[in-house]
Design a protein around this ligand. Structure first.
Ligand code: FES
Ligand SMILES: [Fe+2]
Length: 424
């Protein structure tokens, strides 16, 4: 990939085309659970813009520029009380919509009274607080995310900071081939008889490490399937894992038998992104605490208060060579940390000019091609990718299962098709 195209794909700050695409979508600021009424405000950074989010006394969420419009102190230190966030420095106080409701340091007749803080339209859904960072005159209607088809859907979220560009994290998310190596300890092959795997592991009905990949472009992005030889009935059946890429930053990854899975790879700036891994189920699934324990992503244990990782590139992810010698494939604890070790080791922005892409990289090639084209389209004034899609996110779904070879994986990617999946 040429360096100029790599920049188009990766860079989101300032006026970069990919950032302009991102700002034509609602972006997740933080998880809803992070904001308590009159609780501590939360810092967030999206496409290079520093924000503060807070929930006022009445439960309403506000998303403002982090810098106070008076002289630029951080509102993240502010007092959140009596329906507003008050800057500590001189006591100006802001409502969720940016109105300045108290300007203690100015006389009542001051012209400054017309000033406002920059507030962004905010919305809560699917366990997240979302903000619109684009043109305030062109706010698109909020679309219900794929993992919240009903208000009562059970949602568990892992949140983790990645110290590298969003696109290489997304390329991990759509890379079905890596899991049979990198995550082989956590996602072992199911021995058909007498499995020795632990309860928390995901069993795979295949030991085929070289999947055949097929991709199909759609109006929301693309979807692709990794097709593997199953352990049982390899002559007549195929093991399908299909993945859905909803441009620009959402991926529905194959479910397991207990819950559905999605990831959002949200650009913080050019060299950092926020990784969200969502497990959901109409009624049951997995609880928030159990999900975080399974992912070794427990706040305070595995993660610092700002969602950076305790096991990180600086300490080699505490890789345990003795555990590797004893059979653990990576010596790194937790599926996301194993991914992070790979992603961050590629550098803050991966140099893609010397990659050697093979047949298992079909989805990576599709992603790069589609998103570079999308960046160029926006430069020409065309609509941003994902803004003209007719598909509803809640109708999309990834798929995992062993099916007859005669079946077409493309038909297993809507929720309806999934419900009608062949019994296996
Ligand atoms: S800097 Fe915030 S009130 Fe002065
Ligand atoms: Fe992974």
């Amino acid at each position: 990939m040429r360096p100029a195209d790599n920049d188009l794909l990766c860079r989101v700050e300032g006026d970069a085309p990919m950032g302009r695409i991102m700002r034509q979508h609602w972006l997740p600021v933080c998880m809803s659970e992070e904001l308590e009424a009159d609780g501590a405000p939360v810092k967030s950074r999206l496409v290079g813009v520093d924000l503060v989010a807070f929930r006022d006394t009445a439960g309403k969420v506000g998303v403002l520029d982090e810098r106070c419009p008076h002289r630029g102190a951080s509102l993240a230190f502010g007092r959140n009380e009596d329906c507003g966030l008050r800057c500590l420095y001189h006591g100006w106080k802001f409502a969720t919509d940016g109105e300045i409701v108290d300007m203690a340091s100015e006389p009542a007749d001051s012209r400054m009274r017309n000033l406002r803080a920059r507030a962004y339209p905010a919305h809560e859904a699917g366990g997240f607080v979302w903000a619109w960072l684009g043109d305030p005159e062109a706010v698109r209607p909020f679309e219900t995310p794929a993992w919240a088809p009903t208000p009562t859907t059970k949602i568990a979220i892992v949140k983790m900071h990645a110290a590298c560009n969003w696109a290489q994290v997304l390329e991990g998310s759509i890379d079905s081939a890596h899991s049979s190596s990198l995550h082989s300890t956590n996602m072992p092959t199911a021995e058909v008889e007498g499995s020795t795997a632990t309860e928390t592991a995901w069993l795979r009905p295949s030991n085929d490490k070289a999947p055949r990949l097929e991709a199909e472009v759609t109006d929301y992005g693309f979807h692709y399937a990794a097709l593997r030889r199953p352990i049982r009935d390899p002559e007549t059946h195929v093991y399908v894992r299909s993945t859905v890429f909803i441009a620009p930053f959402t991926v529905l990854i194959p479910p397991n038998d207990k819950y559905n899975l999605a990831q959002m790879l949200v650009p913080i700036d050019d060299e950092n992104c926020m990784f969200y891994w969502i497990a959901w189920h109409p009624t049951g699934g997995i609880g928030q605490d159990a999900w975080r324990r399974f992912c070794a992503a427990v706040p305070g244990v595995d993660l610092n208060p700002d969602w950076t990782k305790k096991r990180n590139l600086q300490n080699n992810f505490l890789q345990d060579r003795a555990a590797m010698a004893a059979g653990d494939f990576t010596g790194i604890e937790g599926i996301p940390a194993q991914d992070m070790a790979m992603w961050e080791s590629m550098g803050p922005i991966a140099d893609r000019s010397e990659d050697h892409l093979g047949s298992s990289d079909v989805a990576i090639i599709q992603f790069r091609r589609q998103m570079v084209a999308a960046a160029k389209a926006v430069q020409k004034g065309e609509p941003a990718i994902g803004t003209t899609s007719k598909s509803r996110q809640v109708d999309l779904a990834s798929f995992e299962g062993v099916v007859p070879k005669t079946a077409d994986w493309r038909t297993f990617t809507t929720r309806n098709a999934r419900q009608a999946e062949p019994a296996e």
